[in-house]
Structure formats: structure tokens, C-alpha cells
Design a protein. Structure first.
Length: 346
């Protein structure tokens, strides 16, 4: 009567229909027991684990089994059946999904600090995706899942993301890649990160199948510096021509205002090569005012230089008499450099 009143299970299997379920506990009520000789079906991408009194017993790989003493050695020992394994027995059955869980996201909630060879200590953010699968179902249950009825990717992903975030800064440092190199060498860095992270994933029975950084963002000032360096790199083979072009443009602008020519070149803005150009431009400016003639005469009205035979000033149009000081109007000799009366420079 006791056996008849209990529910005797004959077929044990799990038809997986959820993509996020890692562990599924086969439904067992308090009155349910497994009949000796029952059928166990473990499909590809699954592992079945029998647990007795909270202890993991036998583990079954994919295949179809008839449950008997010979293929349940640990469970038989835990049950301590004296007359053979012939009566119904109680045990918890768990199915572990060993297929790949892809497209899992990771990202840094807060920026982390890395030491860069070009910019020193900088704070960066990153995000991407990774995929993994359970390769040691027994270890995974012991370390992570325990005897929970169900265990989904949402529960384990928080744990795995913690691994990634806590180790990513060390991985970047060990890779020897700087901020300028990370974006151009993401493929190599992803492989380095995957290998490094696997050491931690293996401790819980998981294999990391792929790891990818989709984006790394830097502080605004670092991004600006990277853009400037990129621009310089693009023009590096044309920098000489670019400088000459800028100098020529500055000379043309200065020629429009003769008073600035000496100032610009006198300040050394264009180096030693600008001195000759400055002298030539000043001479040209003087020639344009004096008709190309120099005779030491100065306008009595504005002080501009006059040609030897000039009767009117080419700058202000004032009528000219003799050679006089533009400051005190005292007569001066042709070719004099200073006024003999007030000492003004001519």
C-alpha cells in the first residue's frame, strides 16, 4: 500500500524551451519517488545531476539511461541499500544547460583609472559583450547555483560582470597598450582579455567563449588631444610646405600695413629666414611712397620720405619746399639723419 500510494516516476527528461535558463530542477513532490529501471534522457547540450540529501551524487552526460545500481554507484552508496537497488528511491534531479549563452552585455558603471604612457593617469569607460558556457556542471552547482530550483543567466551575469569590471583595468595595464593604441588594436586586446578572464571563470566551472570591447570612451580633454595628434600625424610629411604657406600668407597680410612688417619680423615670429623678407618688404613699401627714388628729403607735413625731385608728398599731398625737419620745420642738409636743431631722427 505504501508504494502504491506514492507516485512512481518512470521517465525523467527536460525539454529545454528557454534560452536564459542554465539550471532546471526536475519537479519532485514529497510523495514522488523514482522507480528502479526508470528511463533518463539527457539531450545534447545538457548534463543531468542526481542529488541525495543535499549532496551531489551521480552525473550523467548526454545519452539515454536505464537507472540501475551499476550506473548510480554514488547514489547507491549514499542510500546504503542492503539488498540491492530494487526499490523506488528519492533523489533530486537537476539538468544543467551546457550550450553557449551569447550576447551577454557588460559595461563600467563608473570610470576606472588607467596609467597611460602619453597622458599619464586618465579615467576611461568601456562596454561590450561576452559569451560563455558551463563546462563543469558539478563545480558550477557547488560554487554558484547550489540546490536552487532554477538558475538563469540574469543571476550569474551580475557575478561574471563583477569579474570583468574588477579585472579590466589590470588587463589593460598588462597589455601595455596606451589610449592611442586601444581603439586600433581592439582585436588583439580582446584576445588578451579573454585569456586573462578565463582564469577567473574556470574557478566556477565556466568557459568564456568570446569577449569583445565595443567602445572605450575617454575624458573630453584626452579625446581632444588624440584628435590633435591625429591631425599632426596626417600632415607630418607636408609640415614644411604647410609652414611655408602660413609664412607667405602672413607676409602678404603684413605688406598691406607697412607699419607692422618690422614689428612682425622683429619679434622673431618667423625666425631668421624672415629678416631678408622684412628688409625687402620695407624697401618695397618705401619705394611705393617715394616713386622708387631716395634722396633724404622728408615731407614737412607728415614726415614721410620724399624723392629727390618731389614737389608734393606722395602720402599726404602736401606741397614741398626745401629739406626741413618734420618735427620743428628747421632746415636740414640733404642726406642728414638727425635734425641739427631738435635732434629728431629723420
Amino acid at each position: 500500500m505504501g508504494i502504491i500510494s506514492r507516485q512512481l516516476l518512470k521517465v525523467i527528461e527536460w525539454t529545454d524551451t528557454r534560452s536564459d535558463l542554465i539550471i532546471y530542477r526536475f519537479p519532485m513532490t514529497d510523495r514522488a519517488e523514482i522507480m528502479t529501471g526508470s528511463s533518463l534522457t539527457v539531450r545534447e547540450g545538457q548534463v543531468a545531476i542526481f542529488m541525495k540529501d543535499g549532496r551531489i551524487a551521480d552525473v550523467f552526460a548526454p545519452g539515454k539511461y536505464r537507472l540501475e545500481t551499476r550506473n548510480l554507484p554514488i547514489l547507491t552508496g549514499l542510500g546504503a541499500w542492503k539488498f540491492g537497488f530494487k526499490s523506488p528511491f528519492k533523489a533530486d534531479v537537476f539538468f544543467v544547460n551546457t550550450t553557449q549563452f551569447s550576447g551577454q552585455k557588460w559595461g563600467t558603471q563608473n570610470p576606472f583609472t588607467m596609467r597611460d604612457p602619453d597622458f599619464g593617469a586618465i579615467r576611461i569607460r568601456g562596454y561590450g559583450k561576452f559569451s560563455y558556457k558551463v563546462v563543469d556542471a558539478k563545480l558550477f552547482m557547488l560554487e554558484i547555483a547550489g540546490a536552487k530550483c532554477e538558475y538563469t543567466t540574469d543571476k550569474i551575469n551580475d557575478h561574471l560582470r563583477g569579474f570583468i569590471i574588477s579585472n579590466i583595468s589590470d588587463i589593460i595595464a598588462d597589455s601595455k597598450y596606451g589610449a592611442l593604441d586601444l581603439s586600433s588594436k581592439l582585436t588583439q586586446f580582446n584576445e588578451i582579455a579573454k585569456t586573462s578572464l578565463q582564469k577567473h571563470f574556470s574557478n566556477v566551472g565556466i568557459q568564456i567563449v568570446s569577449f569583445a570591447i565595443e567602445n572605450i570612451s575617454f575624458p573630453e580633454n584626452v579625446e581632444k588631444a588624440i584628435d590633435e595628434r591625429s591631425s599632426v600625424g596626417i600632415m607630418s610629411d607636408k609640415m614644411g610646405s604647410y609652414v611655408q604657406m602660413q609664412q607667405a600668407q602672413a607676409m602678404r597680410d603684413a605688406a598691406k600695413n607697412s607699419g607692422t612688417v618690422g614689428t612682425v619680423f622683429g619679434m622673431g615670429m618667423f625666425g631668421n629666414q624672415g629678416n631678408a623678407a622684412a628688409m625687402n618688404m620695407n624697401s618695397a613699401a618705401d619705394a611705393s611712397r617715394g616713386g622708387g627714388l631716395t634722396g633724404g628729403k622728408f615731407c614737412t607735413s607728415c614726415g614721410g620720405k620724399l624723392g629727390a625731385d618731389a614737389k608734393f608728398c606722395p602720402d599726404c599731398g602736401a606741397k614741398q619746399g626745401g629739406n626741413t625737419c618734420p618735427k620743428c620745420n628747421h632746415a636740414v642738409k640733404p642726406g642728414a639723419k638727425f635734425c641739427p636743431d631738435c635732434g629728431a631722427k629723420l
